[in-house]
Write a protein that binds this ligand. Structure first.
Ligand code: UTP
Length: 470
C-alpha cells in the first residue's frame, strides 16, 4: 500500500485515495486493482497529449490525398486485377481464412439507448436488432462459402455481460456458439481539465472504454489472435456495430487486400462536401497513409479542388477495414503506442466534499485510441472506394443525419434496388422513393447475387461461379 501511495504521489494523483478510510474492503480491492492495472508511464504521456490537444495541432504540415482504387475499375489492368481479386476473395472465404470482427464496445450515448447498441432493433419491417442482422449475414456467408466463419465481437466491461446474455437468449441466432467469441476491451480513466484522475465513485476511477483502437491489444490479450491462428484465419473483416449496411464479406475487397500484400485496408466513400463528418484519407510527406479527422482537417485542404473541380481530399472513411492477422501480431508484440484522441464529455464523478456530481456541461476529458491509427503502421495499406448507398448507413442518432430513421430508409432503398436488379418490381412514388416498406433477410440474401439467383428460381450460385468484372 505504501508503494501505491508513493507511486500515486510521484504521478500527482494521490487524491484518488481521499476516501480510503470510508470505503469497504471490496471497494479498496477494486480501486487498488484499477490503479495497479494502469500503465503509468504511458498514462502520463497520454494525459500530457490530451491536455495539449488542440484541433488540428497534430496534423502534419504537408498532406496529399491518399490514392485509392476506384469503385469501378478504370483500366484494362484494373479490370484484370479486380477479376483476380474477386476470385481470390472467394477462395479465401471458402478456405476459412477470413474471420469477422465487430467492434461493439462503444457507449452509444448519442442514440440514448439503454443497452448494448447491437441489441437496438433496426430492420424496417421485422424489427431485427443490429446483432441479428450481422449474425444472419455471418450464417449466410458460412453457408455460401461452405465453411463456418469465426466471428469476434469486442464488447466493453460495461456491456459485456448484457451482450453475452443477449446472444445466449437468442441461441446465437443459429450460429455455433464456439464460432462466436465475445471479449471486453480495455478502459482508460477520465481526467479533469487539469489532468487529475476523476473518481466515478469513492472506490472507483471514472473508467470508460479506451476507443476502438483498444481492439488490437484486446484481441491479443483475450487469445483471439492465437485462436485465429489455430483456425487458419489470416484476415479479419472489420466493421462497426452501428452500420448494418456494411458488406460483411466482400470478395473484391478481401481479395485486393490479400493480393496486394496489404496489412490493413480501408473502404473509402466520396465525400458529399468538404466538411462532411468523415475522416480524410491522406498521405504524409514520408509516404505514410493516415486518416485525419474532419475536425482536424485544415479548411483550405478540405475545400481544395482538382483541375476538374472535384474535391482533392474526397476520400472519406466509413470505418470499414480488413486487417491481416500477422499485422496485428506484429504491432502488438510489446506496447502499442497509438496516439491519444481527446473528447470532452459529461462524466458523473465525486466532487468536492465527496459529493456525487452529475454535470450538465462537459467536465471531463475522455481519452481514446482509434483503429485507423493502425494505417500508418501498415505495409502496403490499400484503400478501395465503396458505394455509399449500398454500404453505409450508420446509426448514431435517433433521427436526422446518421440516425436509426435514415438507416431504416437506406435499408429499404437497398432492398428495393436489389429486388429490381433481380427482376422483381417494387412500387415507387412519383419522386422515385420506395412506396412502402421492404426488407431482405441477410440469412438468405447476403448480396444482390443471392437475390438474382432466388428471383430467377435458381439455387444460390456456387462460390466461384460468378464473374462481375470484365
Ligand atoms: P462511436 O465513435 O460512434 O462511439 O463508435 P459510440 O460510443 O458507439 O457512440 P457515441 O459517440 O457515444 O454516441 C463507433 C464504433 O466503435 C465502437 C462502437 O461500438 C461503434 O461500433 N467503439 C467505440 C468501441 O468498440 N469501443 C470504444 O471504446 C468506442
Amino acid at each position: 500500500m505504501h508503494d501505491l501511495r508513493t507511486l500515486l504521489e510521484t504521478h500527482n494523483q494521490g487524491h484518488v485515495l481521499a476516501y480510503w478510510d470510508e470505503i469497504s474492503e471490496d471497494g479498496r480491492e477494486q480501486l487498488v486493482t484499477q490503479l495497479r492495472d494502469l500503465d503509468w508511464e504511458q498514462l502520463d504521456a497520454w494525459i500530457e497529449d490530451a491536455l495539449a490537444a488542440e484541433s488540428g495541432a497534430n496534423v502534419p504540415a504537408s498532406l496529399e490525398p491518399a490514392p485509392y482504387y476506384p469503385l469501378i475499375p478504370e483500366t484494362a489492368e484494373q479490370i484484370d486485377l479486380y477479376r483476380k481479386a474477386e476470385k481470390r476473395g472467394r477462395d479465401l472465404l471458402g478456405q476459412g481464412r477470413i474471420a469477422a470482427f465487430t467492434v461493439a464496445g462503444g457507449q452509444g450515448t448519442r442514440l440514448g439507448y439503454d443497452g448494448p447498441k447491437g441489441t437496438y432493433p433496426i430492420s424496417p419491417v421485422a424489427g431485427k436488432t443490429l446483432f441479428q442482422l450481422f449474425a444472419e449475414g455471418v450464417a449466410r456467408a458460412g453457408e455460401k462459402y461452405g465453411v463456418p466463419i469465426a466471428w469476434y465481437i469486442m464488447t466493453s466491461p460495461i456491456n459485456d455481460a448484457a451482450t453475452r446474455a443477449f446472444f445466449a437468449e437468442n441461441a446465437y441466432f443459429g450460429l455455433r456458439a464456439e464460432d462466436v467469441t465475445m471479449f471486453p476491451q480495455g478502459t482508460l480513466p477520465a481526467i479533469d481539465p487539469s489532468g487529475r484522475l476523476l473518481l466515478g465513485a469513492k472506490d472507483s476511477l471514472a473508467l470508460s472504454p479506451n476507443g476502438h483502437g483498444g481492439s488490437l491489444l484486446a484481441l491479443r490479450d483475450h487469445g483471439c489472435l492465437a485462436d485465429m491462428a489455430k483456425r487458419g484465419v489470416d484476415h479479419m473483416s472489420y466493421w462497426q456495430v452501428d452500420n448494418p449496411l456494411v458488406y460483411q464479406f466482400d470478395p473484391l475487397f478481401l481479395g485486393l487486400h490479400d493480393l496486394t500484400g496489404s496489412d490493413m485496408s480501408s473502404r473509402s466513400l466520396t465525400k458529399t462536401g468538404p466538411f462532411e463528418k468523415l475522416g480524410n484519407f491522406c498521405l504524409t510527406d514520408d509516404g505514410r497513409c493516415i486518416i485525419v479527422e474532419y475536425s482536424d482537417m485544415p479548411d483550405e485542404l478540405a475545400e481544395a479542388t482538382d483541375v476538374d473541380g472535384r474535391l482533392r481530399f474526397r476520400a472519406g472513411s466509413p470505418a470499414i477495414h480488413v486487417l491481416r492477422r500477422a499485422f496485428i501480431d506484429r504491432v502488438t508484440q510489446g506496447r502499442l503506442d497509438l496516439p491519444i484522441h481527446r473528447a470532452d464529455k459529461k462524466v458523473t464523478c465525486i466532487g468536492e466534499g465527496g459529493i456525487t456530481v452529475a454535470p450538465t456541461e462537459p467536465n471531463a476529458i475522455k481519452m481514446e485510441t482509434f483503429i485507423f491509427d493502425g494505417l500508418p503502421l501498415a505495409e502496403n495499406p490499400l484503400i478501395l472506394e465503396g458505394d455509399r448507398a449500398e454500404q453505409f448507413g450508420p446509426v448514431k442518432n435517433v433521427n436526422g443525419i446518421d440516425s436509426a430513421e435514415s438507416c431504416r430508409q437506406l435499408l429499404i432503398e437497398r432492398a428495393a434496388r436489389w429486388l429490381e436488379q433481380g427482376g422483381v418490381p417494387v412500387p415507387r412514388r412519383p419522386d422515385g422513393t420506395v412506396n412502402g416498406e421492404v426488407e431482405l433477410s441477410p440469412r438468405r440474401f447476403l448480396g444482390v447475387d443471392d437475390v438474382k439467383a432466388a428471383a430467377s428460381g435458381l439455387r444460390p450460385p456456387a462460390a466461384e461461379a460468378e464473374e462481375y468484372y470484365g
